[in-house]
Every structure is written in C-alpha cells, then in structure tokens.
Write a protein of this length. Structure first.
Length: 271
C-alpha cells in the first residue's frame, strides 16, 4: 500500500518527513550529493531527543526496556533486571553474545501524571503479527524495534490502540534497563526483535560510574548502529534515497508502511 495515500492517518514520523521529501523531489538532481551526507556519524546521534513521545530534556534518556521485560538468553527468557555481566543473550545473527554491562535509569512520579518523555510505550501482544510480541512489551519512547531490515523507534509507530503510551497501573517508579554488548545487535524482548544499546553515549545512564569502574580504559565511543534508524531524520532520508527514489517514482517509506500495517492490524483485531 502506497505511503502517499491520503486516506491513511500520518504517523509522527511521516509528518516530520514530508518537508524533507518535498525538498528531495524539487531537487532530484542533487540526489548523489544528498546521499553522501544523509546519514550522520553515529557519534552525533542524540537518543531520546526526537519529536513526539520522548521529546525534551530529562526523562527518557537512554533507550531502554521497562523493568520486568523478558529477554531471550542462552538459558531461556530472563527478566532484564536479573541479567548480569557475562550472561549470554540470543542475537538475530545466530550468536549468543555476552552482556558487557547493564545501564539503568529510574524515575519517580512527582505529580498526578508522568511526563511524556518518561511514559513507556506498550506494544500489545500480537501487535506486530500472530506471534509477536508474545506478551505486552513496554519500551521507552526512543527504543527501536527491528522491522523489515530497519530500526524504527517505537514512538513513531504509536497508533493509539495496539501501540500506545501506557504506564502499568499503580506504578510510582518507572525503571528502565538496557543491554550493552561490544556491538549493537538485534535481540528478542517478549519475542519481538529489538535493538541493544547503540549510537549514543553511555553516560546517559545514571549508573555510568559502574561502567567506568569496570572499564577504566574504555574510551566509551558511540557504538555503531546495526541497521539504519529511520526515526532519525537524515538517516531516514538516506535510506529512502538508497531505495532508488527518483522524480518519477513514488518514494517508498518503510517506516510509514510499518505504521500503517500495525494500525490496520489493530483495527482487525478489535473488530
């Protein structure tokens, strides 16, 4: 289904992409030059600072899994807060890789409601397909799922039904955890393919001092992304250019297509 069909609601990602897409069509002769600068170095990435859910300073820093999320390991599923350095997690590449470190952030509610930047986004059971995720999955707004070969931040897939902001009831403290490996990988959380930490700075986590104590000689360079993150504007444009877009061919937008697919699935499940 074409992402340019006006009968479908526009996701937050599509809205911020429209301007770049229009400029691209008007300046098709500059495709090669644009492609060469489209994707910024991973060290320039700013996790948690995009538009929509997760915007603003403070909460949401460090893309993370909500406490209680079950991660697939070599011994089966384990809650993320129970993982330890050296535990082996299953990766999409087929390797079991050791956990290098677990980053943490915790937020306490100080008012009647949580800030948008802190509220987790729930990917409901079977929101992606008939098996995925197998249980409700809660992610921080900037954490990315791996869909059709791309990383897509969950906030850009929010449809208000099967994927929506939702703090578990009666929760006074929100605790997020993330897995740091030597490389960024795709792993399984509640059966869904998701990213491990990558592309940002480890000092986003409140327990960063632990990392520096364990690895005093580690320069803490940004970890390269395992796949293009379509939620980061310039990388999104770069990916679209790589799909053969031209003045005469409608641009296929994988992020918009995923949003539409999951929104349509939510309607079918609710019918």
């Amino acid at each position: 289904m074409s992402a340019s069909n006006n009968q479908h609601p526009l996701s937050p990602a599509r809205r911020h992409f429209i301007g770049a897409s229009a400029a691209f069509v008007a300046k098709v002769a500059g495709i090669a030059a644009l492609a060469s600068i489209a994707a910024p170095p991973s060290s320039q990435a700013k996790p948690g600072n995009g538009g929509g859910w997760g915007q603003g300073s403070g909460g949401g820093r460090g893309h993370c899994f909500l406490k209680g999320t079950r991660i697939l390991t070599s011994r089966g599923e384990a809650r993320i807060e129970d993982l330890r350095i050296g535990d082996l997690v299953k990766t999409m590449r087929g390797e079991d890789l050791p956990v290098k470190w677990i980053g943490r952030n915790a937020f306490r509610r100080s008012g009647a409601s949580w800030p948008k930047s802190v509220v987790p986004i729930r990917v409901s059971r079977f929101a992606i397909d008939d098996h995925t995720p197998h249980t409700d999955l809660y992610l921080s707004p900037g954490h990315a799922l791996f869909i059709d070969g791309f990383l897509m931040e969950v906030r850009d897939l929010v449809n208000g039904a099967s994927i929506a902001p939702a703090a578990p009831p009666d929760m006074e403290t929100i605790e997020y955890f993330n897995i740091v490996l030597n490389t960024q990988e795709v792993i399984w959380a509640e059966g869904a393919p998701v990213e491990t930490f990558g592309g940002g700075n480890l000092d986003l986590f409140t327990n960063f001092f632990e990392y520096k104590r364990l690895y005093p000689n580690d320069p803490c360079l940004a970890i390269p992304l395992v796949a293009p993150n379509l939620s980061r504007g310039r990388a999104h444009l770069h990916a679209l250019l790589g799909l053969g877009a031209s003045y005469f061919i409608d641009v296929r937008d994988p992020l918009q297509e995923a949003y539409e697919q999951f929104a349509a699935r939510a309607k079918e499940l609710a019918a």
